[in-house]
Write a protein that binds this ligand. Sequence first.
Ligand code: BGC
Length: 406
Amino acid sequence: MTRPVPGFLWGAATAPHQVEGNNVNSDWWVREERVPGMERSGDACDSYHRYAEDMRLLADAGLNAYRFGIEWARIEPSPGRFSRAELAHYRRMIDTALGLGLKPVVTLHHFTHPRWFAEEGGWTGDAGIERFEAYVRAACDILDGVEWVCTINEPNMLALMVGMRRAAQAAAGAGAGAGAAKKWMSPTVEGAARPVLPDPDPEIGRRLAAAHHAARAVLAERTDAKVGWTVANQALTATPGNEARLREIRYVREDLYLEAARDDDFVGVQSYSGQAVDENGIVPHPQGPDTTLTGNAYRPDALGIAVRHTWEVTGGVPIVVTENGIATADDERRIAYTSEALRHLFDAIDDGVDVRGYIHWSALDNFEWGHWEPTFGLIAVDRETFERRPKPSLARLGEVAGRGRP
Ligand code: BGC
């Protein structure tokens, strides 16, 4: 039986745009206004004001970590102008977490950009990397006592979104571009296979890697934090005879980003589901009763595959599972999924993989990038009163945290 890992992080995660509400200066807010039929984040869960309540629920349940983000679009409302008040807001969040015994795992960038950054050309614009570096420098002022910092969330998914938006803009003008960038995980019609996502653009991926390395250097100089980025892992596996095809596909989707983490203090693994690769590429997952609310296959075993693959490609960089979870309205299913995922994770730990924490996605039911229906939360939120209702899955994760092992 696996022994508890000393100092292991047991937590839950959120991202600013998905829970805070009224992130009006961000490119996603602009997109929500422009794309017909897209649901809006609006007040979201009002966590901008209610973060202390969110954190208290996690701490009371027995968790010891909270992964949350700070929002660039608020901190730097126009180029080069940093808001001291917003920085102070995020500092209060960090202090609140520390005061409750939750280790803050702070994400600097989680899919959203200030609208001016997007208008200026974003990551592919001339100043993209320096802009990000300047923001990270300003953020360092509030990171005292923070042990874990994630620079960019899912750079591989970000590269995919930026690439799709660019391609659509080139084809049809700015309005259509916003539509094409709609969430990649849109629920699909029952019975029809969910279309396989296109490959992320490697040119954008390399830019993001350069931005990550620049941010890492700034953070190393100005803070004591362990620094990493968090990579989406699709737990791809080859059908017999298709190992070479798998390697090719995995390189452009994941390994490029994992290789860029080789000198990091840790790497974040984000895993939800898995897919097979055959001679034609990634095999689409047919939709059916077993499908989650984001159209994924129910694959709790994916986490084990993801951490082992990450460990291998990075050459032994310590791992934190920074996201793992399931979009379901049935909390019993969430409990079953999480228990099994944790068993696979601890099997990998037993086999020698250095894993420092498990952070569930998500703390709250939240805005799933254009949709409210896919609920990932350990806590339900009434969207009119903002009342929080912890689900049994939160208590269960807290019990596991108390034991220190599944
Ligand atoms: C993202 C989250 C998202 C989750 C579930 C990850 O891609 O980091 O923002 O909500 O997956 O789809």
